[in-house]
Design a protein around this ligand. Structure first.
Ligand SMILES: Cc1cc2nc3c(=O)[nH]c(=O)nc-3n(C[C@H](O)[C@H](O)[C@H](O)COP(=O)(O)O)c2cc1C
Length: 194
């Protein structure tokens, strides 16, 4: 389901047109690993520097221990809506390789894998809301990740819920049309979209 937004400067393919980051998730929805599989498969097949694939994903389904562990580390402003998502995922980058050298593109590669996850999830009728508002150190410790790894983001996944279930302030934010900087501001060189 697409969300109100400023007009596009160029038309987007349907899946990208439909993608946005809701806070209202379907509260009774139960997802399982089969339903989540296509989105994880898309992440797996995304490109990475030297095919290093420096990513891993820790998945929690609402009601299980992993979900609670991730939820507890979220900023309170995220907890209030993310607790109702069917799935929480910790997105982890391996920032140091097996020889102890920094993998300088690891966070970029993870972000791209998550982007692919998001596109495939949208195609499956799921919504994804990524978060940087969480305690990464605590979550890394709780999930017992390696010292070479970093939890970079968390994402909530599920079907769209009823926005009127959200606290009033979040209902306002949920209804706000999406905005972006114009192409003229972010593109330079020989392209001129002024
Ligand atoms: C790295 C990253 C961190 C984010 N952190 C949060 C967050 O902590 N809380 C939140 O509500 N949204 C968070 N977001 C969602 C963004 O606010 C959202 O993607 C942006 O406003 C654009 O909206 P759209 O995804 O609907 O197009 C984050 C997104 C990204 C990519």
């Amino acid at each position: 389901m697409s969300h109100d937004h400023e007009p596009h400067e160029f038309a987007l393919t349907d899946i990208l047109e439909q993608r946005w980051s809701p806070r209202a998730f379907a509260r009774d929805e139960v997802l399982d690993q089969t339903l989540l599989g296509p989105a994880l498969e898309a992440a797996r097949w995304s490109p990475s520097s030297g095919n290093s694939q420096p990513w891993s994903f820790v998945v929690g389904f609402r009601g299980d221990n992993t979900f609670s562990t991730i939820l507890e580390t979220l900023a309170s402003g995220n907890q209030v809506w993310a607790e109702h998502a069917a799935v929480l995922v910790a997105n982890i980058a391996s920032v140091v390789d097996a020889e102890g050298n920094p993998q300088s593109h690891a966070v970029y590669d993870l972000g791209q894998a998550v982007a692919h996850f998001t596109v495939q999830a949208t195609a499956e009728g799921l919504m994804v809301h990524q978060m940087g508002g969480f305690d990464a150190q605590t979550l890394g410790r709780e999930l017992e990740i390696e010292s070479s790894q970093r939890v970079v983001t968390v994402m909530a996944v599920g079907s769209m819920g009823d926005p009127t279930d959200l606290p009033e302030k979040l209902q306002e934010r949920e209804a706000k049309p999406r905005e972006r900087k114009p192409l003229s501001e972010i593109v330079g060189g020989s392209a001129d979209y002024a």
